[in-house]
Design a protein around this ligand. Structure first.
Ligand SMILES: [Mn+2]
Length: 345
């Protein structure tokens, strides 16, 4: 992996966007609130200055995430695919080839015309012009800087904040900070949140749409996930393993699993939570989360832990993919957990 850092700045990227007529916006597969919020905020801003915009989500999209967009506002790849006849593509909230699989051919065809806006520490050379700022809690913080640079108001004067740029920005800010709980939720995060609330963003309605709007199958799936819970490293690490059989038996789908990895963090002794999910017979996805201990020790760096398996993310939230069956992936993780034990925590 090459050095992943900014190669451009806001004013040059704004200039490139201003001189383009047709712009395509894409993000990582299975978009979360920040990916979706970043796509929607930028699409709304560029449309407001008269650009023709194609915005795409990729892969499986949770219904709650899809509901953030107005009908027709975004397309979903690979069912619909972007065309390389576009002038520019903006890739938001990721810079990693492994996270944009259905778009590989498109992004290769667009080489030299890809702009990256990301806040992850690791990534690839997809976007020649990019801003990478891992100090930001959400990618929408970067998008809002660009929207300000473009001079577009976050809520059009006289309009409702519903489905506005402001709402999309708030969505990314809230979800990537665990609704303002994570260490990454610093003064800048709260300052931006205050600006967005003052513009009329309805945080309660947004919370209900995103977090309290699940089908009943989710609880059945949760019961199965919890029945797989095991504790490791003297009760400091929790792990759940979810098989395709579990998902089918609960009548659930993979989107019903969102956020399960956070549940064990409610246990006082738990500093790190892991969920392994069987995606296919030879593909296992891992989610890692951590929290600071009550004795004020810093959280386990799950970005570094995920990197041991070729994955990555942030200090308190990361993921990885194993080309292995569920049981073998679990053994790999358990083996690495043994060496985590020696680190002070
Ligand atoms: Mn993000």
């Amino acid at each position: 992996m090459s050095r992943y850092a900014s190669t451009s700045d806001l004013s040059s990227i704004a200039a490139r966007l201003r001189s383009a007529a047709h712009i395509t916006i894409v993000t990582h597969a299975k978009p979360d609130g920040d990916a979706a919020g970043s796509v929607l905020a930028l699409a709304r801003a560029l449309r407001a200055i008269g650009k023709s915009v194609d915005a795409f989500f990729t892969g499986v999209v949770e219904a709650n995430i899809m509901a953030l967009a107005l009908p027709g506002e975004v397309l979903v790849a690979p069912a619909a695919m972007p065309s390389a006849t576009t002038d520019l593509v903006v890739l938001v909230d990721t810079g990693a080839w492994s996270q944009v699989e259905p778009l590989h051919d498109f992004l290769r065809a667009m080489a030299g015309r890809v702009i990256g806006l990301d806040h992850h520490a690791r990534g690839d050379e997809i976007a020649s012009d990019r801003i990478v700022d891992p100090s930001l809690a959400s990618a929408t913080q970067l998008v809002v800087k660009l929207v300000d640079e473009l001079g577009v108001p976050l809520v059009c004067p006289g309009a409702s904040a519903n489905f506005s740029i402001a709402e999309a920005v708030f969505t990314g800010l809230a979800t990537d900070t665990g609704w303002f709980r994570f260490q990454s939720a610093d003064a800048a995060v709260y300052a931006l949140a205050a600006r967005l609330l003052a513009l009329g963003v309805d945080k309660i309605a947004l919370y209900q749409r995103l977090e309290e709007n699940w089908p009943a199958t989710r609880l059945g799936m949760m019961a199965r996930a919890l029945s797989s819970l095991t504790f490791h490293q003297d009760g400091r690490v929790a792990m759940m393993c979810i098989s395709l059989n579990d998902i089918n038996a609960a009548g659930a789908s993979s989107t019903d699993l969102a956020g399960f990895v956070n549940i064990p963090l409610a246990i006082g002794s738990i500093g790190m939570s892991i969920v392994l999910t069987e995606a296919e017979s030879n593909l296992t996805r891992a989610s890692f989360r951590s929290k600071p201990s009550l004795s004020k020790l810093p959280p386990i760096d799950v970005n570094a832990f995920a990197a041991r398996f070729g994955g990555g993310g942030h200090v308190q939230a990361a993921g990885a993919k194993f080309r292995l069956p569920l049981d073998q992936a679990r053994l790999e993780v358990e083996r690495e957990l043994l060496t985590l034990c020696s680190a002070p925590q």
